[in-house]
Design a protein around this ligand. Structure first.
Ligand SMILES: [Fe+2]
Ligand SMILES: [Fe+2]
Length: 302
C-alpha cells in the first residue's frame, strides 16, 4: 500500500478517532423470475443488468476488504446502498460482507440508502432492518453513537421509497430530533447520512430526481449548531470534499462507491479514511489501482 501522506494515532497524540468510510456497495442479484419483475424493480433490474453489472464486480469483494484491513484501522462507517433493488438475496450478500468486516475486528456503524428501501414492499417488510438487525441502532434513526475516542457520530435518516424517482427525504420530526441531539454534543462531531446536503460540488452534480428533498433544512440544522461538523455521505458514487460556503463550521465529504470501476481513471475501488482531532478533520482518499494508494485531501471551496 502506498501511503503518500501519513501519521498514525501513536505519532500524533491529538488524533482522538480514526474511521474508514465505505459507501454504496450495491450488491446485486439479477432476478430472472418474471413474476418478480413487477413495479419499479423492473427498472432497477434493467439498470443492474446493463450498467451496475459491469461497474460492481462482486468477485473483487475479498481483495477490497483486504485494503480496509491493511490500513490498521478498525472503525467502519457504511452509509447505505448495500443492495441494488432491496432483494433478500442482495441483503444476504451485503450482510456477509459486513459480518466479514466485524469478524476482522471492525466496529460497524451503518444506515440505509435509497436502494435499500427501493420498493414500497421492501420498505413495508423492513428488509434492511431485518437483515442488518445486529447493526441497526435499537432506537432507529437518527441515532447518536460514539467512536472509542469519544467523537460523537450522528446517523441521520434520509431515505424512503419512491414510485419512480430516487429522491431522499428527512421528516420534520427527524430534523427536530437531529437538532436536539446536536445541542449537547462535544465538538468536533461526525454526522452521516446517505444523501449529500449539497446538490452540486466540483466532484458531482445531482439531478432533480436524485437529490434529498429537504437538503437545505438539514444543512441549516447542521450549520446553525455552530459545532465543527464533518457531514459524511455517499449516493453520488464520486469523491468530493468541500468546505460549506455558508457555514464555516461545516465540511462535506462524499466517498466514491467501494466497488466502482472507473476505467478512465484506472480505479478499481475506493474508500476514505477520516482522522478526528481537536484541530478538526483530516481526510485521505484511498484508491485501488495496481495497488492501494492514499492521498491526503484538502477541502475545496465552492
Ligand atoms: Fe448508490
Ligand atoms: Fe443512493
Amino acid at each position: 500500500m502506498t501511503e503518500i501522506s501519513s501519521n498514525t494515532s501513536a505519532e500524533n497524540p491529538t488524533v482522538r478517532d480514526t474511521f474508514l468510510h465505505v459507501a454504496d456497495l450495491h450488491f446485486w442479484k439479477f432476478v430472472y423470475n418474471p413474476l418478480r419483475l413487477l413495479s419499479k424493480r423492473f427498472l432497477g433490474n434493467a439498470n443492474v443488468f446493463f450498467r451496475r453489472r459491469h461497474e460492481f464486480p462482486m468477485s473483487q469483494a475479498e481483495a477490497l476488504i483486504q485494503g480496509l484491513e491493511e490500513t490498521g484501522e478498525r472503525q467502519a462507517l457504511l452509509t447505505g446502498d448495500f443492495s441494488s433493488t432491496a432483494l433478500d438475496e442482495e441483503f444476504v450478500l451485503a450482510r456477509a460482507f459486513v459480518d466479514s468486516l466485524a469478524t476482522r475486528g471492525f466496529s460497524i456503524y451503518l444506515l440505509p440508502g435509497n436502494h435499500d428501501v427501493y420498493t414500497y414492499e421492501s420498505h413495508r417488510l423492513q428488509r434492511f432492518e431485518r437483515h442488518f438487525a445486529p447493526y441497526v441502532p435499537e432506537q432507529g434513526y437518527p441515532a447518536l453513537e460514539r467512536f472509542p475516542g469519544g467523537t460523537p457520530l450522528m446517523l441521520v435518516p434520509t431515505v424512503g421509497p419512491n414510485v419512480l424517482s430516487s429522491k431522499g427525504r428527512i421528516s420534520a420530526e427527524e430534523l427536530r430530533k437531529t437538532g436536539e441531539l446536536l445541542k449537547d454534543l462535544a465538538a468536533p462531531a461526525i454526522v452521516a447520512g446517505h444523501y449529500p446536503v449539497l446538490n452540486e460540488t466540483p466532484g458531482y452534480r445531482l439531478t432533480t430526481n436524485r437529490l434529498l428533498r429537504n437538503a437545505g433544512a438539514l444543512r441549516r440544522v447542521l450549520g446553525e449548531s455552530g459545532i465543527p461538523i464533518l457531514y459524511v455521505a455517499g449516493h453520488v458514487h464520486r469523491f468530493s470534499l468541500v468546505q460549506d460556503p455558508v457555514y464555516p463550521n461545516l465540511t462535506h465529504l462524499c466517498t466514491g462507491a467501494f466497488f466502482r470501476r472507473n476505467e478512465r481513471e484506472g480505479i478499481r475501488g475506493e474508500f476514505s479514511r477520516v482522522r478526528v482531532s481537536d484541530a478538526g478533520f483530516q481526510v485521505h482518499r484511498y484508491t485501488l489501482r495496481e495497488g492501494w494508494e492514499s492521498l491526503r485531501s484538502k477541502p475545496e471551496s465552492l
